[in-house]
Design a protein around this ligand. Sequence first.
Ligand SMILES: C[S@@+](CC[C@H](N)C(=O)[O-])C[C@H]1O[C@@H](n2cnc3c(N)ncnc32)[C@H](O)[C@@H]1O
Length: 301
Amino acid sequence: MSHQIGGMSVHLKNQLERILAVPLRTPVDVSNPADTGLVLPFLKWAGGKRWLMPLATELRGSGSGLYIEPFLGSGAMFFGLHPARALLSDCNVELIETYKAIADDWQAVHAHLRRHDRLHSKAHYYSVRDQRPRNAATRAARFIYLNRTCWNGLYRVNRQGVFNTPIGTKTRAILATDDFEAVANLLRRAHLVAGDFETQIDAANEGDLIFADPPYTVRHQYNGFVKYNEQLFSWADQERLCAALARAKDRGANVICTNADHWSIRELYERDFKIFPLERYSSIAGAGGTRGRYAEVVIIG
Ligand SMILES: C[S@@+](CC[C@H](N)C(=O)[O-])C[C@H]1O[C@@H](n2cnc3c(N)ncnc32)[C@H](O)[C@@H]1O
């Protein structure tokens, strides 16, 4: 990462452009993670980037700076990349507490999760949904259990911030692909913070790598992403994000950002960044008819 052009190291930039020149449409094969050395995200998350894990694994080892992921969600990029040092954050406090609990004591979280797996039923689901455990490991196991058994893996809270998704069709809280020890080992290299993205991006310095995957909102037009996301992430947030990423790039940080392929996003980023179109298939969507293929972009700088 020694030579810098416009904020992005030549090595990383060439590598990214080579990878993005080939369509990344095939989701990574997750049937046997042990074969590929993959540590899989253990949560199902709206907008999750499992399908971008091939990009992460190809980039593995290519930078020595701090890895910053300010919209962590299920952390697919982080778990694919295995960075030596990371700053991970999300505004979802329960999510960040879950990661911290696993890093601190994954065995305790796993033991509570196994208990939910044994006891799973409609009554157990709604009883756990109503509980507010005090202990960190119990809270984390509740979060993972609800994520795995709720309707479509959709994290939804009411106005009071209370999780209110109904029960779904999946019945297992423990999955064959689980490896919480490997997850904990990676998380122990990271500093985890609950909060707004801007503070973390402003912490980026020369040679650091930022991967920003915000909720997708676009200007003026309903495109299927917007209905749910617009209350969470406004167009003003989208502009604030672009400005923070441009400042980080000017300080010499490397930036990768994903977003909807929409004229307003292109217009926002085209001055300072390079834009690569991609396509993916989404299995999580809000209202009927929005499930399917979405055009997305990877923005680099
Ligand atoms: C598209 S998801 C990220 C998905 C993630 N890349 C993955 O692989 O699962 C966007 C995330 O941004 C978070 N978020 C929304 N507004 C935020 C803000 N202002 N600051 C930080 N995080 C925010 C949401 O909680 C959500 O987890």
